[in-house]
Design a protein around this ligand. Sequence first.
Ligand code: ADP
Length: 282
Amino acid sequence: MINVVKVGGSANIQDEYLLDELAERVLAAEKFVLVHGGSDETNDIARQLGHPPRFVTSVSGFESRYTDRRTMEIFSMVYCGRRNKSIVEGLQQRGVNAVGLSGIDGRIFEGAMKGSLKIIEDGKKKVLRGDYSGKIQKVNTELLLLLLEQGFFPVLTPPAIDADTSAMMNVDGDRAAAELAKALRSDYLLILSTVPGLLRDLAVDHSSPENLIREIDLSDTNNPYESAEGRMKKKIMGAAEAIEGGVGRVILSTANIERPIAHALAGAGTHIFSSPVLEQAV
Ligand code: ADP
């Protein structure tokens, strides 16, 4: 069984705890693929390079980044460069033979580029062309399986590759991790970030147990995800896609704690699943 761990890329994420635990588990022959983000640092570097991020609101109400070619290049510098290599370095220092890859290497994450974004700006609908973002349609796991069989530990990051043009494209890291967990038929997908899970109210104390939504059963139609905003929306969407695709359980939990995997598996965070529909007795 190969499970997937996704670690976020927000400024106050602490990687050390996760790297310690992953090293311990991988050295004890557990198999994982680690997927990571890098959005906050990408925004910082983009500003420093004089090409600040442009966030837009899609007609369907999602906030997303407009990824022109220059942004795509800066994105790849940070995700495939600094962030990926600092994780690989940290794992190598812990005795794990980690290999850093992006979704374009070996065409691991293949999909379709949108090309343009339909947005709402100043109350008007507009079309923004030259957008290098898209959706993953296929995960090619061969390279990952080859590496895992040979004892390497894959550390994977967006971007993905456009199937038609082979251009790199920006994809959401949480949804990429969800597609990967589906393709690997994982028991679980852990999405670790700086928040304890899905909170009822982001403005209320994050450490208060009553503020945490402990479970989301997708077979229950009254689901409390209205509180999800911004990047949390994508995590919930990714989680639902993973569960619909056969992954046993998705857990949203914090990375900033000792043994974050054990912590999540022991019940911390928000557990998302779909309980089997009970057969009605005839
Ligand atoms: P990543 O780096 O993986 O993209 P983030 O830390 O940005 O992860 O994603 C989680 C963010 O989602 C939190 O920092 C928080 O600001 C935001 N968020 C929005 N709504 C909620 C909610 N209801 N519960 C928890 N976090 C939320």
